[in-house]
Design a protein around this ligand. Structure first.
Ligand SMILES: [Zn+2]
Length: 361
């Protein structure tokens, strides 16, 4: 008996529609439904329904396991990504929406809705906060909507077994192997720069024996297969993960002398901050660096007063939220080189940012 093909496009559409109804309980604004339909068309025309469904499967497994999973790069620009995952990056153009009465208004003066002031809903009087990060679908899908979507995941290594289960369930008829990347070996020339990068799904009918020349053995005895983009042309599916280890971040962020127990605590919260405050964070940059790390390095280099602090957030207009080794949050202004105590501990600061996000409700 022939097995019925799975309708990934229909699955993605129905998951997204359900989520849209949750996000817009008093009616889905026209701008939103237009963007959603357009991106669904892009997905179907470029044949990427399964790619998006895969993302949903990974995001769902991560949420269930309480493990943070992030997406790097352009895939964050899609409303489909936003709707399918447990994702804070709302790519819609900045807007106000009142969940009580359905009032909707674009905010043309702001790129990020969160930067606009809270205002009263003109229809029902409820306080409403700006939303949306104005990420452009054209950059992702191309102006003609023909470019397609690709996911590159970021997760801690604890997600590896879950990820493997997901991949095996998605490709039950194929052999799944670990994927290695020697891009950094090509650049830096040493074997230490070969890194594990997720999974490769071998073409139907092929197994490890067919790829022995691509096998790489790591010093710890484990192995993975170096299958590059050319292998994709031969039918290999590469599912790329960047295994993110909090310790790696610590090494970059802190000179050895300042490592202390409380800095480890910062790291713990900093990791939360990646998820909830620093929306782009390690999404936007290579390997082990984050915007947080980059900003800290930048501030430390040019503004001596910031040495010993970690730059938590760029608030805008030359102002940064800094965190001290005692977990206290300060506001630093690069304009007049002043430091102001917010009188909040890091965790309270993060909570206050949550509250700002919730103020609309
Ligand atoms: Zn209202």
């Amino acid at each position: 008996m022939e097995q019925k093909a799975i309708d990934y496009s229909g699955l993605v559409a129905s998951i997204c529609e359900k989520r849209l109804e949750e996000l817009f309980p008093a009616g889905i604004p026209l701008d939103v439904s237009e963007r959603f339909s357009r991106e669904l068309r892009c997905m179907n025309e470029t044949g990427h329904a399964k790619t998006l469904y895969e993302y949903y499967v990974f995001a769902d497994a991560a949420e269930e396991a309480l493990i943070p999973l992030m997406v790097r790069g352009l895939a964050n620009d899609s409303i489909l990504t936003y709707l399918l995952g447990n994702n804070m990056v709302n790519p819609l153009e900045a807007y106000y929406y009142c969940p009580s009465c359905g009032y909707y208004e674009r905010i043309p003066d702001y790129w990020y809705g969160i930067d606009a002031t809270v205002k009263k809903c003109p229809k029902c009087g409820q306080g409403i906060q700006g939303q949306g990060f104005s990420l452009n679908w054209r950059i992702l899908w191309g102006t003609r909507g023909t470019r397609g979507i690709h996911f590159e995941y970021i997760a801690p290594p604890s997600f590896l077994p879950y990820a493997r289960n997901c991949v095996e369930a998605l490709y039950p008829d194929n052999v799944v192997v670990e994927l290695a990347d020697d891009e950094f070996r090509i650049v830096y020339g040493t074997d230490e720069d070969v890194i594990k990068r997720g999974f490769a799904v071998l073409p139907t009918g092929k197994n490890e024996e067919d790829y022995l020349d691509k096998k790489y053995i790591f010093p710890d005895g484990s192995s993975a297969y170096i299958l590059d983009i050319e292998a994709e042309n031969e039918g290999v599916i590469r599912i790329i993960f960047n295994w993110f280890k909090p310790e790696d971040l610590l090494k970059i962020m802190l000179p050895a002398s300042s490592t202390s127990l409380s800095m480890r605590d910062i790291l713990k919260y900093g990791y939360l901050a990646y998820r909830y405050i620093e929306f782009y964070g390690i999404n936007s940059v290579q390997k082990k660096e984050s915007d947080m790390v980059k900003q800290t390095k930048y501030l430390n280099q040019y503004f001596n007063r910031t040495i010993g602090y970690v730059a938590l957030e760029n608030i805008g207009d030359g102002t940064y939220a800094l965190v001290s080794p005692e977990d206290k949050v300060y506001e630093y202004s690069s304009d007049d080189n002043s430091i102001r105590d917010t009188e909040m501990k890091l965790f309270d600061y993060i909570l206050s940012r949550f509250k700002e996000a919730d103020a609309q409700q």
